[in-house]
Write a protein that binds this ligand. Structure first.
Ligand SMILES: [Fe+2]
Ligand SMILES: [Fe+2]
Length: 166
């Protein structure tokens, strides 16, 4: 693919992904503030930005492989985040005395480890065809299998903070 266009697709993918999450955050805030119709608009735009992001990602060469390949890629990405990326972010937050960011980065790093473990398991379970249900902590992103725990092992959040992924 032409070089500039490939770069632009990668840029647009990142920008639209961000916009999607940001609009979802705006939607949650609008819900909290008692504006359900505005929340729906933010959510609709979030969904639309996600459509754009997916469209660009599909056009980028080699970004989506077979499910086996994607599990391996996802596994490697979690390891990279855990080993190469989060430690520096944690150190910077610590150096600057940013306690809340420090905690957010530290918990995320621990959770990435768990994500990697789940991918590894899924690679094996794919062959065994094991049925697994996942519950995601809405505070730190920890993922529990088969049931939500009483408390999140990473951040301590209560059971009701876990979202069942369908
Ligand atoms: Fe992760
Ligand atoms: Fe958590």
């Amino acid at each position: 693919m032409a070089q500039k266009t490939e770069k632009n697709l990668a840029y647009a993918f990142a920008a639209e992904s961000k916009a999607s999450v940001r609009n979802e955050a705006f939607a949650r805030k609008a819900d909290k503030d008692g504006y359900p119709v505005i929340a729906r608009l933010f959510r609709a735009v979030s969904e639309a930005e996600s459509v754009h992001a997916h469209r660009y990602l599909l056009l980028l060469r080699g970004k989506i492989g077979s499910t086996e390949e994607n599990l391996e890629t996802a596994f490697q990405n979690e390891i990279k985040a855990n080993v190469d990326e989060y430690p520096q972010l944690i150190k910077d937050a610590s150096d600057e005395g940013q306690k809340i960011a420090f905690q957010a980065f530290s918990q995320a790093r621990d959770v990435e480890d768990r994500h990697a473990e789940l991918y590894k398991k899924a690679m094996n379970d794919m062959l065994a065809d094991r049925q697994t249900e996942y519950y995601v902590c809405q505070v730190c992103g920890y993922i529990s299998e088969d049931a939500a725990p009483e408390n999140c092992p990473i951040c301590g959040a209560v059971k009701s903070k876990f979202k069942h992924v369908t």
